[in-house]
Ligand binder design. Structure first.
Ligand code: NAP
Length: 308
């Protein structure tokens, strides 16, 4: 296969902001069609559904699913059954079980399934992983605070069941955590603040640990105005590493080590191409399992904030 022909399903914010430019910039990929309920016009043939795209559209090798998570599984099944490689936006499904099911189907169909975690492709993540592997880690603190009104205007799905609420951005921090920690992490405690008129939390606190007893805490807030915070601070016996700006920057003991601009989606698509060409899949469910466990053990507090 020379050029991988891609179809996108769901032309919303992330498809427009990141997927379409990243595909256009990659010489090994070509966007040939989209499936869009609202018949979005992005300069390639547009179909009302994946079924129409597959039945009437140009030949595609791969499908990138940029829909909300609640409808990810059925669309992925249709694409995999049609023999297409599948790129899943994060979170890869509404449940951990759905993603496992897709992994089995992809293997049976002999095609690639890629459960993408874009924050793992932030510039500082590989260096942070290497640092953690060679240090005696004592604690990790995650502060992930953003303004939902700025980043998710009008996205009602985010407040519905399986929309994740504040865990929609929070799962990005957990995807970095599970990538950089040298040991498996699990949830010990959670507190979820759920507004009275929606199904998903607007803020959450999590406590986690690992086999070495590392103290890991996370605070997620969806109503932060002013400066936005996407920081992970790792304290080791002999130093402190701080990943900030969602993983794009690293400071060690206060000195800048990595300072880069966002290049997550070009990295994601390079990885997808590599997997397709190598005939492999990658579908790590650990970040989603941490969120599911937070919902399992979490104490719910109803809050008065009203989400419009
Ligand atoms: P969005 O702006 O709401 O776009 C989602 C699109 O999916 C809609 O515009 C719609 O496009 C289509 N769609 C199909 N079924 C739908 C349904 N039942 N409800 C609503 N839309 C439906 O959302 P987004 O921000 O692009 O997020 C999509 C996924 O990308 C989410 O899983 C999110 O976590 C992830 N993501 C988002 C960001 C971000 O900054 N926003 C960043 C990274 C990852 P059509 O009208 O074309 O069908």
């Amino acid at each position: 296969m020379s050029i991988i022909r891609v179809g996108i399903v769901g032309v919303g914010k992330i498809a427009r902001d990141q997927h379409i430019p990243a595909i256009a910039a990659d010489p090994g990929l070509e966007l040939v069609a989209v499936a869009s309920r609202s018949h979005a016009d992005v300069g390639v043939p547009s179909f009302g559904s994946l079924e129409e795209l597959l039945g009437q559209g140009p030949q595609v090798d791969a499908i990138a699913l940029c829909t909300p998570p609640q409808v990810r599984w059925e669309t992925a099944v249709a694409a995999l059954r049609a023999g297409k490689h599948v790129f899943l936006e994060k979170p890869p499904g509404a449940t951990v079980g759905e993603v496992r099911d897709l992994s089995v189907l992809a293997a049976e169909q002999n095609v690639t399934l890629f459960a993408s975690w874009h924050s793992r492709f932030a510039a500082g993540v590989p260096a942070a992983k290497a640092w953690l592997a060679s240090h005696d880690i004592r604690s990790v603190d995650i502060q992930w605070r953003e303004d939902v009104r700025r980043w998710h205007p009008g996205q009602t799905w985010i407040w519905e069941a399986a929309g994740l609420g504040v865990f929609d951005p929070g799962i990005n921090a957990l995807s970095i955590l599970t990538e950089i920690m040298p040991r498996e992490v699990f949830v010990t405690e959670a507190r979820l603040q759920v507004p009275e008129n929606v199904q998903a939390p607007v803020a959450a606190h999590m406590a986690m640990t690992d086999i070495a007893g590392t103290k890991i805490t996370a605070d997620f807030d969806f109503l932060q105005t002013g400066p936005q915070t996407w920081d992970i601070t790792v304290t080791a016996a002999d130093g402190v590493l701080r990943l900030s700006s969602g993983g794009a920057q690293i400071e060690i003991d206060g000195k800048p080590v990595v300072q880069a601009h966002d290049a997550e989606y070009p990295g994601l698509y390079a990885r997808f191409s590599e997997l397709v060409r190598a005939g492999k899949s990658e579908a790590d469910v650990r970040p989603l399992a941490l969120v599911a466990d937070a919902f399992l053990v979490g104490r719910r507090e109803l809050v008065e904030a009203f989400i419009e």
